[in-house]
Design a protein around this ligand. Structure first.
Ligand code: SAM
Length: 245
């Protein structure tokens, strides 16, 4: 086995494509997740949406099907290639781009920005999450809306089988992926957030927080309630103030 401690395993195509192999299970969740995004951000078809860290485009595609103008950005060329192929198959026009969301923004362009499922926290570095949120902020029109997902630190920090570093709120995430018949053990730190920390980061990035929800996607219908210790995900909605830049 080869041990690979690399900060961005997404740049290794085989790793990214293995993530894709779980696609059916993930795609099933995309529809209720898109329902929730539409409802909680009060979106109207025709609006422009930026999906940062879009992966294989499951939300971008679902939202484009519903009449939104969607841009999907991801650092993985393999995932963007797969996303573009699927959109083409479905006859959807989506602006998919390979780029690094720590640097990517388009000033005042979008009505809504979404950051779905472990995009924030993925590098384990606070400064990366702050840079991503600042770029989300810049990319929104004044009054534009954000929906951001964080992993809930409260669920993990006292678990027996989880090594939670209390000083950095990180855990080590690992996955074994076979590449050319050799097993590669990928491991990198992932940043988890306590609900108050996540809200503070959003506020420090310039936003006004408008809502906080724990695991709204668990049931068939979205559950709109505050975060509980056992929730996996924290979802925060926020707004760029009308007068701000
Ligand atoms: C756990 S996946 C989630 C993908 C998608 N949002 C979803 O819910 O299916 C995290 C994604 O973030 C992307 N990502 C991580 N760091 C990034 C960066 N700096 N710039 C662009 N994309 C990044 C990865 O390539 C990966 O597709």
């Amino acid at each position: 086995m080869i041990i690979r401690k690399i900060p961005s395993p997404w740049l290794v195509d085989q790793f990214a494509l293995t993530y894709l192999s779980k696609r059916d299970e993930l795609i099933k969740k995309s529809m209720p997740e898109a329902d929730f995004v539409e409802r909680v951000l009060e979106l109207k078809p025709g609006m422009k949406i930026l999906d940062m860290g879009c992966g294989e485009g499951r939300h971008a595609i679902e939202l484009a099907k519903r009449g939104y103008q969607v841009t999907g950005v991801d650092i993985s060329p393999a995932l963007i290639k797969a996303a573009s192929a699927r959109a083409q198959q479905l006859g959807l026009e989506i602006d998919f781009r390979v780029d690094d969301i720590r640097k990517f923004y388009v000033q005042d362009e979008y009505d809504a920005v979404i950051l779905m499922f472990v995009v924030l926290g993925d590098s384990g570095k606070d400064e990366d999450d702050f840079a991503i949120l600042r770029n989300a902020y810049r990319s929104l029109k004044p009054g534009g809306k954000l929906l951001a997902s964080f992993l809930n630190a409260a669920r993990q920090f006292k678990r027996e089988n989880v090594k939670f570093d209390l000083n950095t709120s990180t855990i080590r995430w690992s996955a074994d992926v076979e590449i050319n018949k050799i097993l590669h053990h990928f491991t990198h730190p992932v940043r988890l957030y306590f609900p108050s920390e996540a809200q503070l980061l959003i506020k420090c990035s310039g936003f006004e927080v408008t809502g906080i929800f724990g695991d709204p996607f668990r049931g068939e219908e979205p559950i709109m309630r505050p975060v509980q210790p056992e929730d996996l995900e924290i979802i925060i909605t926020a707004r760029k103030l009308d007068s701000s830049k």
